[in-house]
Design a protein around this ligand. Structure first.
Ligand code: FAD
Length: 320
């Protein structure tokens, strides 16, 4: 069975959930081989094995991570050439998409970004993906017709399923070219911890809009009762009520959680573009004609300052 390369997303060996999702998807297409760059492999190995990685191609050189994304694209190109994989899967993050694009150019292959589903093609060759395009107006199926399929997959596109793999450690002999070292990372500061999951990876996102009037406390309480990340509409972040890094939408973050709850958000097309692929969508809005109700699975017509505390109380009670 052909290998499927999965670029591991991790912090010092702590493997992100997106990687277990990619390994789960990789098993549909062939034999998963993880590509691990950086330090902390001993910590990562157990997770990679648990989610089915048969091999782990490993590069520990500080040069690779010290020069933005270009060396990682070169490394993947070297592995594509030596392993002829059935596909390469990368996270659909800004870095993942840039690595995928550079890899596609280097290997003269087709690239698909923002996939929300990936399956083996019906005829047994290649892969078929599903994406939401044009601000969520269309859902399309796509396939790569040239070279090695390179697919950038959105977080939460698969439920991670465990399946023991050997995670056989293969140290790769790799030296980035001089051209790949053109830009160097000089400083990297950790993000301020909020205690909540990362917005683009969270299984549940609760977002607030102009309807909060600037008071996000009820949105945050509700999010915390669910273990969710907090998002915001552009109207809310432009008003300075919530950080810009929390903006969901066309010019903000793209999220695709299992559950998205929009509170006091009208549902403008630019907001939808960032959350329309969520599996279940719930809205709380006091205007029963708000456009957001056109795309929800469940809608609550009411004042968020009345509805959210009740919902928080009910969820907290159910957990006790
Ligand atoms: C180029 C461009 C890019 C853009 N990119 C983005 C983007 O990335 N993300 C984004 O979000 N927007 C984006 N926008 C802005 C977008 O068009 C909307 O203006 C914005 O999404 C509106 O935010 P909102 O829904 O919070 O506010 P509003 O549209 O003002 O809606 C507020 C809603 O809250 C409801 N409400 C009020 N009080 C309560 C209450 N107490 N309880 C319950 N409901 C209440 C109201 O009924 C209303 O439906 C972009 C616009 C442009 C032109």
């Amino acid at each position: 069975m052909a290998e499927v390369l999965v670029l591991v997303d991790h912090v010092e060996g702590k493997v992100r959930k997106t990687t277990s999702e990619l390994l789960t998807i990789a098993r549909r297409l062939g034999e998963p081989s993880a590509v691990f760059v950086g330090t902390g492999f001993d910590a990562a190995k157990e997770t990679l094995a648990r989610f089915g990685a048969e091999k782990v191609y490993r590069v520990e050189s500080p040069e690779v991570l010290g020069h933005l994304v270009v060396p990682q694209a070169e490394l993947l190109a070297q592995l594509v050439s030596s392993t002829s994989p059935a596909a390469v899967l990368v996270p659909s993050s800004p870095e993942g998409k840039e690595i995928g694009a550079r890899l596609a150019v280097k290997t003269e292959s087709g690239l698909i970004t923002d996939a929300v589903d990936v399956q083996a093609a019906g005829d047994g060759s290649g892969v078929t993906t599903t994406q939401s395009v044009f601000a969520g107006s269309y859902t399309v199926s796509a396939t790569v017709t040239k070279g090695t399929p390179i697919v950038a997959v959105k977080p939460n596109s698969a439920t991670p399923e465990e399946s023991a793999g050997a995670a056989a450690d293969e140290v790769v002999d790799f030296t980035p070219s001089d051209a790949a070292k053109g830009a160097r990372i000089t400083e990297s500061k950790p993000k301020q911890a909020t205690g909540r999951p990362e917005l683009t990876e969270a299984a549940i996102v609760v977002s607030g809009g102009r309807g909060t009037g600037g008071d996000f406390s009820k949105v945050e309480d509700f999010a915390d009762s669910l273990g969710a990340a907090v998002g915001a509409s552009r109207a809310a972040v432009d008003a300075g009520w919530y950080p810009h890094t929390s903006q969901v939408g066309q010019t903000g973050k793209q999220v695709s959680p299992q559950l998205y709850v929009a509170c006091g958000i009208s549902g403008a097309i630019q907001h939808r573009a960032g959350m329309q692929t969520s599996k279940t969508i719930v809205a709380v809005n006091k205007d029963n004609e708000a456009p957001i109700f056109e795309l929800v699975d469940f809608g609550v017509v009411g004042d968020l300052f009345t509805v959210l505390p009740q919902a928080t109380e009910a969820i907290t009670a159910a957990k006790d």
